[in-house]
Design a protein around this ligand. Structure first.
Ligand code: SAM
Length: 220
C-alpha cells in the first residue's frame, strides 16, 4: 500500500479514531503513552511522528518548555490534532523524508506508527539526522509474537462487526493486514542497532502484544 492510500485511510477515519482506539485498547493507550513519555524523559524540542490526533504531545503537558511538533501526512488527523493542542506546531509530511535540519530535536516519538511506515530503515536514518547527539527515540507499537494469531482471530471475528461498522470493510482489512505485517521486538531492536541507535529499555503491555521501546542515538 502506498503513501497515498495509507494517508487517505487515516484522514477519513480521523473523526472516529480516538473513540475507537480507546475501545480497542480498553482505554490503555493513554497509560502506554504516559509510560513512553516517562521512559524518554522530557526536555528539548520534541517531534511526534505520525502524531494522528496529537495525543502523545498532549501528554507532555501545557508547560513543556521545548517546541512540541506533530508530523503526519493525513490532513484529517492534523486538523483534529490542531483543535486539541493549540500550543503545538504541526507539519504535514512523511516520516521517511523529515523536513527539518540536522539536530533539530532532542526526542522523537512514534505511537502506533512504526508498522505503517513505507520504509522503516529510511525513517531511522532520518530520525538519526534530525536528532541531536544522544537524542532519544521512543516507539510504541503492536508487535508480532506468538499470540499474534489470536489477535488476528479476534480482529477477524469478535472485533470485526465493530471495526467494519466504524471504519468500513476495506479499512478494517487494512488494519488486519497491518497487524499481519507487524515486527517482532527483536526485529525492531536489530533495525535500531543497524541504524545508529542503542536500545535503553523495552516494556511489554497487553499480554506482550504491545511493546514500548526507547533508544538513544549513538555515533555510527
Ligand atoms: C494508528 S495512527 C496513530 C496515531 C497516534 N500516534 C496515536 O497513537 O493515536 C497512525 C498514524 O500514522 C500516520 N502515518 C502513516 N504513514 C505515515 C508515514 N509514512 N509517515 C508519517 N506518518 C504516517 C497516519 O496518518 C496516522 O495518523
Amino acid at each position: 500500500m502506498g503513501y497515498r492510500t495509507v494517508t487517505d485511510i487515516f484522514s477519513q477515519i480521523s473523526g472516529v479514531y480516538d473513540r475507537f482506539l480507546s475501545l480497542a485498547t480498553l482505554g490503555r493507550i493513554h497509560s502506554w503513552q504516559r509510560d513512553l513519555v516517562k521512559d524518554m524523559g522530557k526536555g528539548g524540542n520534541w517531534l511526534d511522528v505520525g502524531t494522528g490526533t496529537g495525543e502523545v504531545l498532549l501528554k507532555l503537558g501545557e508547560d513543556y518548555e521545548g517546541l512540541k511538533v506533530g508530523l503526519d501526512p493525513a490532513e484529517g488527523m492534523v486538523f483534529s490534532a490542531k483543535v486539541k493542542c493549540a500550543k503545538c506546531g504541526f507539519v504535514m509530511a512523511v516520516a521517511e523524508d523529515l523536513p527539518f535540519k540536522e539536530g533539530t530535536f532532542s526526542r522523537i516519538s512514534l505511537s502506533l506508527v512504526f508498522r505503517h511506515l513505507q520504509d522503516q530503515s529510511r525513517f531511522l536514518r532520518e530520525a538519526g539526522r534530525v536528532l541531536k547527539d544522544e537524542g532519544v527515540l521512543g516507539i510504541i507499537d503492536i508487535g508480532r509474537f506468538r499470540g499474534t494469531g489470536a489477535v488476528l482471530l479476534l480482529m477477524r471475528t469478535v472485533l470485526r462487526p465493530l471495526g467494519t461498522l466504524v471504519f468500513g470493510r476495506e479499512k478494517w482489512e487494512f488494519f488486519i493486514r497491518s497487524v499481519e505485517e507487524s515486527y517482532t521486538v527483536g526485529e525492531v531492536v536489530s533495525l535500531l542497532e543497524k541504524n545508529g541507535f542503542r536500545v535503553l529499555k523495552v516494556r511489554r503491555r497487553m499480554l506482550g502484544t504491545v511493546f514500548i521501546i526507547t533508544a538513544r542515538k549513538t555515533a555510527l
